[in-house]
Ligand binder design. Structure first.
Ligand SMILES: Nc1ncnc2c1ncn2[C@@H]1O[C@H](COP(=O)(O)OP(=O)(O)OP(=O)(O)O)[C@@H](O)[C@H]1O
Ligand SMILES: [Mg+2]
Length: 249
């Protein structure tokens, strides 16, 4: 029996900024329900890879396939393709003048043309999934960083995306707030979400990731089961990164 088609296939992707290569031939397959964690030093290309997948950046060469469809084809409507993905950034990017509920309900209203009533019902359902029902009417500045990030995750779930892309979503949080956001990501993973996540939270990666990819200089130098890559890496560069990383904590 042939393997099922991956949700995401990154094939030979290269990307340069001003002639400086940032991604140099990245290949990555993500199967449905899989959690893939990207690790690597600052500047190794993790965010660029996620941004290329979300079509926020054009790739120079290679392809991005979502459920087998080449969404990096310039003839494709990027806005439409992007709706199958939910991306969350380090900075929460909530609209400050809108309540938590309005932030979550905005896209269903504007993009899908849902009625206000339907969009709000959906928004409340999404907020309850991230345990923030009681904060529906709060403005972002009245929410903690962890709560704001959970609102951003609720917003990313608005279209039941095929793929969640999470870029260092706990890096801007006070340490005591990191746990609640990682717990939510763990719950989403356990519920079967397909996730690609850049993070420096190695303990979380070990616990939740199916696959860990170590990036260095725009290449995936090593990838494999989390326990193997994080505990007994094959490559010297991975070992050096993990040692430096542990030493720096
Ligand atoms: N818009 C841009 N214009 C020019 N160079 C960029 C741009 N975005 C990223 N780069 C460069 O590309 C390289 C990879 O950056 P990227 O943000 O993907 O790294 P990262 O692995 O996410 O790092 P970090 O852990 O600090 O988030 C860096 O050298 C960065 O300076
Ligand atoms: Mg980054």
């Amino acid at each position: 029996m042939s393997a099922p088609q991956p949700v995401l296939s990154v094939r030979g992707v290269t990307k340069a900024y001003h002639d400086r290569p940032v991604l140099e031939g990245v290949d990555l397959d993500v199967a449905e329900h899989q959690v893939v964690v990207l690790i690597g030093a600052s500047g190794s290309g993790k965010s660029t890879l996620l941004r290329c997948v979300d079509l926020l950046e054009d790739v120079d060469e290679g392809q991005i396939l979502l459920d087998g469809r080449d969404i990096s084809d310039p003839r494709i409507d990027a806005d439409e393709a992007r709706q199958a993905m939910g991306m969350v950034f380090q900075s929460f990017n909530l609209f400050p003048h809108m309540t938590a509920l309005a932030n979550v309900a905005l896209a269903p209203r504007v993009v899908h043309g849902s009625s206000r009533r339907d969009a709000e019902d959906r928004g409340r359902e999404l907020l309850s999934r991230v345990a923030l029902s009681s904060h529906a009417d709060s403005y972002p500045d009245k929410l903690s960083g962890g709560q704001q990030q959970r609102v951003a995750i609720a917003r990313a779930l608005a279209y039941e995306p095929r793929l969640l892309l999470l870029d260092e979503i706990t890096s801007a949080l006070d340490p005591e707030l990191v746990g609640e956001v990682l717990t939510l990501v763990g719950e989403l993973a356990a519920a079967g979400r397909t996730i690609v996540m850049a993070t420096h939270e190695m303990a979380f990666a070990r616990e939740v990731a199916d696959t860990v990819c170590f990036l260095d200089g725009g290449r995936i130098v090593e990838s494999g089961p989390a326990a193997e890559v994080l505990t007994t890496p094959r490559e010297d560069r991975t070992r050096q990164f993990l040692q430096r990383f542990t030493a720096g904590r």
